[in-house]
Design a protein around this ligand. Structure first.
Ligand code: NA7
Length: 538
C-alpha cells in the first residue's frame, strides 16, 4: 500500500497529560504503534503548565495517582495530603520513565488541524512545524481546562511590567518580594494564588467580579505512619472512589436536609467544615445541591464562617456570593484565603462597583482610579472542555467542521465520540463522565473502556467506529434531564460552559455528565456488553 492510504500510526494521542500518559501505556500494551503529540516541552499537561504559586491538588494525593500498577503505588510516596504542582509534575515524569513511555512522545509540537480521510479511513494531522502525520485512530487527550482565556480588556499589551495568565506562568522563578501585584479572577486558581502570595509580595490588590464559596483544604504533611497506612489501604481507597459520585473519598450523607433536626444539621456541617478536602462539598445531605431551601440554609452557614474569618465587615460581605448557592459552582479549597484579607497589604476591588476600563502602561484603570503595579496575574480561567477541541481544526466526514457541529452545544455519545467523526475518541469529551469526576479516576475509566473497544474491534475485524446519531440524541436528552434537577445547571460557571471572554460562550450549555461516576460506568458497561450498542462498527 502507498503512504497515502496506509496510516503511519495505528494511534495518535494528542496531549501528554494525565489522560495521554495512561492512554499511551494501554495502546502499547495492546501492541499498537502509537505516539503522543504534546505542545509542551515535557509531559504533565495541567501540571506541566500551571506553575503559578500555590498550584496544588484539591483531590487527596493518594486518590489522584494512577491505580493500574501496584508497584507504582508501592514505590511512590506523596509528601502531603494535597500535593503541590512540582511534586505532581515529578510524579507524572516518574510514571513516564518507569514505563518507558518518553520514547513514544513528541514534544514542542502543536496540532493545528486533523481531517478524516473517508476513502482511506484514516486521520491526517497537520502540525505547526509543517509535518503531516496519519493515523487510524485519533485520541483526543487535550485536557478539559487547557484552553486558557485572557479577559477581553483593552490595553493588555500596553502594560510594561510582568503579566501572565496563571496557566502560562513562567518556568523561571518570578521575584515577588516587595512587588505591587494585581490578581484578576477569584476562581479556584485565583484563590490559590492569593492565599500563597499575600505574605510574600509588597502590596496585593485583588480584582473580583464574582466571589466564590471557598472552604478550608486542611492540608498537611503525610507522616510515616500515615504513609504506611495509605499504602496498606490502596485497594480500599480506590474502592471508595469507585463508589462515590465524584470519584473521591467523600460520598454524600444519605439523609435529606428536612429529615434531621437543626442541631443535627449543624453538627454535620461543623464537622464538614473541619474535614479534609471536598467533604465540605460532597459529604453533605443528598439534597443540598437540588433543593433551594436546603442549599440556602447551608450557604448561610458558610457565609457566617466567612464573616467570622474576615475582620472587616464590608470586605466579608463582598467575599460572600449573593448570586449563587454553595456548591453550584466549583468550590475553591483554600488555606488561609479569607485571612489574607485581614492583612494591611491586601486590598479587594469590587469590579461590580468599579469595573476595569483598561490596562495601562503602569497598571489597571478602573472607573474610580488608576492602580499602579509591577505584576498583573490573570487568573481568568478557561474555555472549558470544548475549548481545546476548538483550537484544532477537526474535520470529519465530508469536511464538516467540529467547531460548527458544536456551535450551539456539543453532541456526543457517552462523551466518547461525536457523530461524523469516525475513529476520533475523546478522553475528556463533553457530556462524558471523566470531566465531572476526580480526574484520574474518570480518566482510568475512559482509557480502559476505549482500550477495550479497540481490542474488541481488532478481534472482530473492525476498523471504523462512530456513534449513531440516535444514540447521541438520546444521550444528550438523558444528560440534560438529569442536569436540570441540579441547582448548578442554572448557574454561570465553567461547569455550564460559560465564559464571558469567548465569543459565543456567554450563555449556559450542557457540558458534563451530572449523574455520578458509578452510574456513568453502568452505561459504559451496558453499551460494551451489548456489542457496543449505539455505535456503528465496520
Ligand atoms: P474559573 O473558575 O473559571 O475562574 C475565573 C475567574 O476569573 C472568575 O473569578 C471570573 O469571574 C474571573 N474573570 C474572568 N474573566 C474576567 C474578566 N474579564 N474580568 C474580571 N474577572 C474575570 O477559572 P480557574 O482557573 O480559577 O479555575 C478553573 C479550574 O481549574 C478549577 O475549577 C479547578 O478545577 C482547576 P466570574 O466568576 O466569571 O465573574
Amino acid at each position: 500500500m502507498s503512504d497515502l492510504d496506509h496510516p503511519q500510526y495505528d494511534a495518535i494521542v494528542i496531549g501528554a497529560g494525565v489522560a495521554g500518559i495512561y492512554q499511551l501505556y494501554k495502546l502499547l500494551e495492546l501492541g499498537l504503534d502509537a505516539t503522543v503529540l504534546e505542545t509542551g516541552s515535557g509531559p504533565g499537561g495541567t501540571w506541566y503548565w500551571n506553575r503559578y504559586p500555590g498550584a496544588r491538588f484539591d483531590s487527596e494525593s493518594y486518590t489522584y495517582g494512577y491505580s493500574f500498577s501496584k508497584e507504582l503505588l508501592e514505590e511512590w510516596e506523596w509528601s502531603e495530603h494535597f500535593a503541590g504542582q512540582p511534586e505532581t509534575l515529578r510524579y507524572l515524569n516518574h510514571v513516564v520513565d518507569k514505563f518507558d513511555l518518553r520514547q513514544h512522545m513528541q514534544f514542542d509540537c502543536q496540532v493545528n488541524a486533523a481531517s478524516y480521510d473517508e476513502h482511506n479511513n484514516l486521520w491526517r494531522l497537520t502540525l505547526d512545524d509543517g509535518r503531516e502525520l496519519t493515523t487510524r485512530y485519533l485520541l483526543a487527550a487535550m485536557g478539559m481546562l487547557s484552553a486558557a482565556t485572557m479577559p477581553k480588556i483593552e490595553g493588555i499589551d500596553d502594560f510594561q511590567g510582568g503579566s501572565w495568565h496563571t496557566y502560562h506562568w513562567p518556568h523561571e522563578p518570578v521575584e515577588l518580594a516587595g512587588q505591587r501585584v494585581a490578581v484578576i479572577g477569584t476562581g479556584a486558581t485565583g484563590v490559590q494564588v492569593i492565599s500563597e502570595i499575600a505574605d510574600q509580595v509588597g502590596e496585593l490588590t485583588v480584582f473580583q467580579r464574582r466571589p466564590n464559596w471557598c472552604a478550608p483544604l486542611h492540608n498537611g504533611p503525610i507522616d510515616p505512619i500515615d504513609q504506611a497506612q495509605i499504602k496498606a489501604s490502596y485497594d480500599e481507597i480506590f474502592d471508595i472512589c469507585r463508589r462515590t459520585p465524584g470519584g473521591f473519598l467523600h460520598g454524600p450523607d444519605p439523609r435529606k436536609f428536612h429529615e434531621v433536626s437543626e442541631a443535627e444539621r449543624l453538627e454535620l456541617w461543623e464537622r464538614l467544615y473541619e474535614a479534609r478536602g471536598f467533604s465540605v462539598w460532597m459529604s453533605n445531605f443528598v439534597d443540598v445541591g437540588i433543593r433551594p431551601e436546603a442549599n440556602a440554609s447551608y450557604s448561610a452557614f458558610i457565609a457566617d464562617k466567612i464573616r467570622q474569618r474576615v475582620h472587616d465587615a464590608d470586605t466579608a460581605e463582598l467575599l460572600i456570593p449573593k448570586d449563587h448557592g454553595f456548591g453550584t459552582r466549583r468550590v475553591p479549597l483554600e488555606t488561609r484565603y479569607y485571612e489574607a484579607y485581614n492583612r494591611d497589604n491586601v486590598h479587594l476591588v469590587d469590579l461590580n462597583a468599579t469595573p476595569i476600563e483598561r490596562i495601562t502602561q503602569n497598571g489597571i484603570q478602573t472607573t474610580a482610579r488608576e492602580y499602579q503595579f509591577d505584576i498583573i496575574i490573570y487568573a481568568t480561567g478557561f474555555d472549558a472542555i470544548t475549548g481545546a477541541f476548538d483550537r484544532i481544526d477537526f474535520r470529519g466526514v465530508g469536511g464538516a467542521a467540529l467547531r460548527d457541529q458544536w456551535k450551539d452545544g456539543p453532541n456526543t455519545f457517552l462523551g466518547m465520540q461525536t457523530s461524523g467523526f469516525p475513529n476520533l475518541l475523546m478522553l475528556s469529551g463533553p457530556l462524558g463522565g471523566s470531566v465531572s469526576t476526580n480526574y484520574p479516576r474518570g480518566i482510568e475509566t475512559a482509557v480502559d473502556w476505549i482500550s477495550e473497544l479497540l481490542a474488541y474491534m481488532r478481534a472482530n475485524g473492525h476498523e471504523r467506529v462512530e456513534p449513531l446519531p440516535s444514540a447521541e440524541a438520546e444521550w444528550l436528552q438523558r444528560v440534560d434531564e438529569m442536569y436540570s434537577f441540579q441547582l448548578a445547571s442554572k448557574v454561570k460557571s465553567w461547569f455550564t460552559g460559560y465564559n464571558s471572554n469567548v465569543e459565543g460562550r456567554d450563555r449556559i450549555r450542557t457540558l458534563i455528565w451530572p449523574g455520578g461516576a458509578p452510574r456513568y460506568r453502568e452505561h459504559l458497561e451496558r453499551v460494551a456488553s451489548n456489542g457496543y450498542e449505539g455505535f456503528a462498527l465496520s
